[in-house]
Design a protein around this ligand. Structure first.
Ligand code: HEM
Length: 132
């Protein structure tokens, strides 16, 4: 076995410092989303523990961390919420701003944006897609 074989690929989640850094990011992200009058309404019926859990799960998924979430699929959880593309984009912007403020490297932020593009179809309401 060569030395390079022993080097496991390090996920973005691990590179930014794992669970503790994600927790710090959740605090900042949470403040931004709940301070946004267009977005706060989605979370008013969800308790505070649930709201933080959502943001932590969302960050973990987009950073390629351990996926501890074994509940409903993203589409099943979000389609009933009828989220328009505009609101999805806003949440993505708050997330990018949070990571930028915390000094997360640009290559990681670029990959986060790629993941946001990949899961968009599951989260955004099907009826709100242009042409749908
Ligand atoms: C990359 C994008 C997103 C990811 C990875 C994500 C992830 C998740 C996960 C894993 C759950 C938990 C589902 C469950 O336990 O049943 C959830 C629930 C939820 N999400 Fe998201 N989410 C995303 C985007 C959004 C956006 C854009 C909004 C609102 C504008 C949103 C609002 C919610 C709400 C309100 C819940 C709670 C639903 C409920 O308890 O009934 N999510 N999300």
């Amino acid at each position: 076995m060569t030395v390079t074989d022993e080097i496991a690929p390090v996920s973005h989640y691990e590179r930014i410092g794992g669970a503790n850094s994600v927790k710090a990011a959740v605090e900042l992200f949470y403040d931004k989303v709940l301070a946004d009058p267009e977005l706060v309404g989605y979370f008013t019926d969800v308790d505070m523990v649930g709201q933080r859990r959502h943001l932590a799960l969302m960050l973990t998924v987009v950073l390629g961390g351990p996926n501890e979430y074994a509940g409903r699929g993203l589409a099943e959880a979000h389609q009933p919420l009828n989220i328009p593309l505009e609101h999805y984009v806003k949440v993505g912007e708050h997330l990018t701003a949070t990571l930028t403020e915390l000094g997360v490297p640009a290559d990681i932020i670029a990959d986060v944006q790629t993941v946001l593009g990949q899961v968009q179809d599951q989260v955004v309401a099907t009826g709100n897609r242009p042409g749908a």
